[in-house]
Design a protein around this ligand. Structure first.
Ligand code: ADP
Ligand code: MG
Length: 589
C-alpha cells in the first residue's frame, strides 16, 4: 500500500462502490437509524455521521476503539479485580440467589397499592380484548425515565471530574474569542475517559459565546475513525466551510437587498452603511451572488488532493474568522494515512489572509506522536492535556448523575451503581463501559419485569457485554484465523489438554483441505495464534520441551459453544461438514 496523500488520489484508491452512493450529497446526514438502534451495547453510535454509507458506518463503529486487546488483557488481571471488592457491600460476592421469583406473572402477592389502583382498569380492558404480543411487555412498570441518557451519543451538560481538563481547554481557546489564534491542543487519554464529551461540551460553549459577542469563531468536529484519509478529511472540511460560507453570504444578501430597497426610496438609508450609492450596494450584491455560484462542493472521491486542499483553503479563507478544527481519534487517521493531513493543516496559518486555524487533536493512543514528523509534532502539541482514567469512586459519581435522569426514582438498589463502577474501573476506568453496564442491567431488569434493577442484573449485563465483545471479535476475524481458532476448539471439545501448535496446525490443515482454503505455513499459523492470544481469545503460553525445543500450549479463553456457533455462522467455515472423523484420527496415529 502506498500513501494516498499527495496529489493523485484516484477513485480507484477508495471503496468507490459505497462512496458513489453518497457522492451527490455534500455532508450532514442524520445519524442513521441502523446505527443508533444497534443492539450491541459495546458499539458507539457515531456522533459525526460523516461521509459514509450506513453500512460503512456500522463497520467502522464495530471496529471501534481497538479495545479488544486492552480489555482482553485487563479483565483477567487478578490484582485489578480486587478493586471491585472494595465497593461498600462487597457487591462482587454472592450473587443474589434467593430473589423471590415474582416475575412469572408479575403481579402475584405483594403488589404495591399504587400498582393496584393503576392496573385495575387496564387489566380488565386487556382481558376483554384478546391479549396480544405487546400486552405482556407493556404491563410492567417502566424502569427507565429516559434511556437515551445512558447512550454514548448523549452529550451530558455536566461532566464531573473533568473540571480541570475543561478549564484548561477553555483557557487556551478563549484566545479565539479575542480574535487571535489559539495554540493547537493535543488531548490524550484512554477510551471512555471523557475526551469526546468534554471537547464537544467546550466547543458548544465556545460557539455559543462567540455568537453572543458576535466574534466570528467556528468549530468543526471530525471523527477520524470514520473519516480516515486526507482526501476525506479535507473534503469534509471543505464542504462544511462551503456550507457555512453560503449561509454567511445569504445573510449578507438579505441585509444588502433590504438596504438597496430602502435606499431606493430614501437615500438616507445608506448613511450608516459602508456604501455611498445604491449602485454600490448592487455591485456588492452581484459580487456575493457570483461568489455563491463559484462554490463547488468537493465530491467524495475523484479530485486530486491538491485541488481538494485548495478548495478547503479558499473556503476557510473566504472571510475573517477563527476556526477550530477538532480531529477526534486523530491516531486512527495517522495510522491509516500518515501525517500529511496534519502537516498541511498545521502550516496553513502562514498562508491564510483572512482567517486563522487552530487544531485540536484527540488521541486514544498516548504514543501516537512518535509516528509524526517532528515539525508536525511540535506544532500540534503546543498544548497537551491528559485525561486520566476514572477510578471507581469517580465512576460512581458519573453514574449517579446520569441515573437520576435515566431511571424512574428509586429503581436502582444500593449496590447497582457501585458494582457497575467497580466493573468499569477494572476496564481501565472506562466511563462508556460503566454506562453500558448500567443501561444493559436496566434492560435486563425490564425484560425480567422486576420492579428494581438489582445486583444480579449488573452481573448478567457484565457477562452479556463481555460475550458480545467476544462474538464481535470472533465474527470479524479473517477466515484463516477463524480456521485456526476452530481447530483449537475442536481439540478442546475432544478433551485434549495441553494443546500445542503442531496439533492445532494438523487439524487446521485438514480444515483447509475440507473447504479448499489455502494452507498457511506452520510459522504463519503460530503468528495467528499469537494474534488470537493478544485479542484475548486464546491463551498461549510458551513451554520448554527440554531438548525438543519450545512449543506453545494453547487453551481457549472464551466460551466454547458460543464461539463455535459464531465460527460456524461464517459462510466459509460453515462449509466444514463433519470435522469429527479427522479430529478422531488425531488420536489414532
Ligand atoms: P472518550 O472520547 O475519551 O473515549 P467519551 O467522551 O466518549 O470518551 O465518554 C464515554 C462515555 O462516558 C460518554 O457517554 C460520555 O458522555 C460519558 N462520560 C465520560 N466522562 C464523563 C463525565 N465526567 N461525566 C459524565 N459522563 C461522562
Ligand atoms: Mg472519543
Amino acid at each position: 500500500m502506498t500513501d494516498d496523500s499527495t496529489s493523485t488520489e484516484t477513485p480507484a484508491d477508495e471503496d468507490t462502490d459505497d462512496e458513489r452512493d453518497v457522492s451527490g450529497s455534500t455532508e450532514h446526514r442524520e445519524p442513521d437509524s441502523d446505527v443508533s438502534s444497534n443492539p450491541d451495547p459495546a458499539v458507539e453510535a457515531p456522533t459525526d455521521s460523516g461521509d459514509r454509507s450506513p453500512d460503512e458506518l456500522v463497520d467502522a463503529t464495530l471496529s471501534d476503539e481497538g479495545s479488544p486487546v486492552e480489555t482482553g488483557g485487563s479483565s483477567e488481571d487478578g490484582t485489578a479485580a480486587s478493586e471491585g471488592d472494595t465497593a461498600d457491600n462487597s457487591p462482587l460476592a454472592d450473587v443474589g440467589t434467593a430473589t423471590a421469583d415474582r416475575s412469572v406473572d408479575g403481579f402475584s402477592g405483594d403488589v404495591d397499592l399504587d400498582d393496584l389502583d393503576l392496573d385495575a382498569d387496564s387489566e380488565s380492558e386487556a382481558d376483554e380484548a384478546s391479549r396480544g404480543l405487546f400486552d405482556d411487555l407493556l404491563e410492567g412498570e417502566p424502569i427507565f425515565e429516559n434511556k437515551e441518557v445512558l447512550r454514548p451519543s448523549y452529550t451530558p451538560h455536566k461532566l464531573p471530574h473533568r473540571e480541570d481538563q475543561i478549564n484548561n481547554m477553555a483557557t487556551i481557546l478563549v484566545t479565539a474569542l479575542r480574535g487571535d489564534t489559539p495554540s493547537n491542543i493535543l488531548i490524550y487519554g484512554k477510551t471512555g475517559t471523557g475526551k469526546t464529551a468534554s471537547a464537544k461540551f467546550v466547543s458548544e460553549e465556545l460557539e455559543t459565546t462567540s455568537r453572543k459577542y458576535e466574534v466570528p469563531c467556528e468549530v468543526e468536529y471530525i471523527n477520524c475513525e470514520v473519516t480516515d484519509t486526507q482526501y476525506r478529511v479535507l473534503a469534509q472540511l471543505a464542504n462544511k466551510f462551503i456550507d457555512k460560507n453560503e449561509e454567511y453570504i445569504e445573510e449578507r444578501l438579505d441585509e444588502f437587498e433590504t438596504l438597496r430597497d430602502e435606499a431606493a426610496e430614501d437615500p438616507d438609508a445608506l448613511a450608516d452603511s459602508e456604501f455611498d450609492s445604491v449602485a454600490g450596494v448592487e455591485t456588492e450584491i452581484r459580487d456575493l451572488e457570483d461568489d455563491l455560484e463559484e462554490f463547488e462542493p468537493v465530491p467524495m472521491t475523484g479530485w486530486p488532493t491538491d485541488r481538494v486542499y485548495q478548495t478547503f483553503f479558499d473556503a476557510v479563507d473566504y472571510h475573517e474568522r477563527v476556526v477550530v478544527i477538532m480531529l477526534d481519534e486523530i491516531d486512527k487517521l495517522v495510522e491509516k494515512s500518515g501525517d500529511d493531513t496534519l502537516y498541511n493543516l498545521s502550516r496553513m496559518n502562514s498562508e491564510l489572509e483572512n482567517s486563522r486555524v487552530s487544531i485540536m487533536g484527540i488521541s486514544n493512543d498516548l504514543k501516537f506522536t512518535d509516528f509524526l514528523d517532528p515539525r508536525v509534532k511540535s506544532s500540534l502539541g503546543e498544548e497537551e492535556i491528559v485525561f486520566p482514567p476514572y477510578d471507581a469512586t469517580q465512576l460512581r459519581d458519573i453514574l449517579q448523575h446520569r441515573s437520576e435522569i435515566a431511571f424512574k426514582p428509586e429503581i436502582l438498589t444500593d449496590d447497582v451503581i457501585p458494582l457497575c463502577a467497580a466493573f468499569a474501573a477494572r476496564e481501565h476506568g472506562d466511563a462508556r463501559r460503566a454506562l453500558d453496564l448500567l443501561r444493559t442491567a436496566g434492560e435486563l431488569a425490564e425484560r425480567d419485569r422486576t420492579e428494581n434493577v438489582e445486583e444480579k442484573h449488573v452481573r448478567h449485563a457484565q457477562e452479556k457485554i463481555e460475550l458480545d465483545r467476544v462474538v464481535e471479535v470472533v465474527r470479524t476475524l479473517p477466515t484463516q484465523s477463524k480456521l485456526v481458532l476452530y481447530a483449537t476448539i475442536l481439540l478442546e471439545k475432544n478433551g485434549v489438554h495441553n494443546i500445542n501448535t503442531g496439533e492445532v496446525f494438523n487439524i487446521y490443515k485438514r480444515l483447509c483441505q475440507e473447504i479448499d482454503a489455502d494452507v498457511l505455513t506452520q510459522r504463519r499459523v503460530t503468528d495467528l495464534i499469537s494474534e488470537l492470544d493478544m485479542l484475548g481469545i486464546v491463551n498461549a503460553v510458551v513451554v520448554s520441551k527440554g531438548r525438543y525445543g519450545r512449543t506453545k500450549e494453547i487453551s481457549l479463553s472464551v466460551p466454547l459453544d458460543e464461539t463455535e456457533a459464531v465460527l460456524l455462522s461464517d459462510s466459509r467455515v460453515g462449509e466444514v461438514e463433519d470435522a469429527q472423523p479427522f479430529v478422531q484420527a488425531r488420536f489414532d496415529n
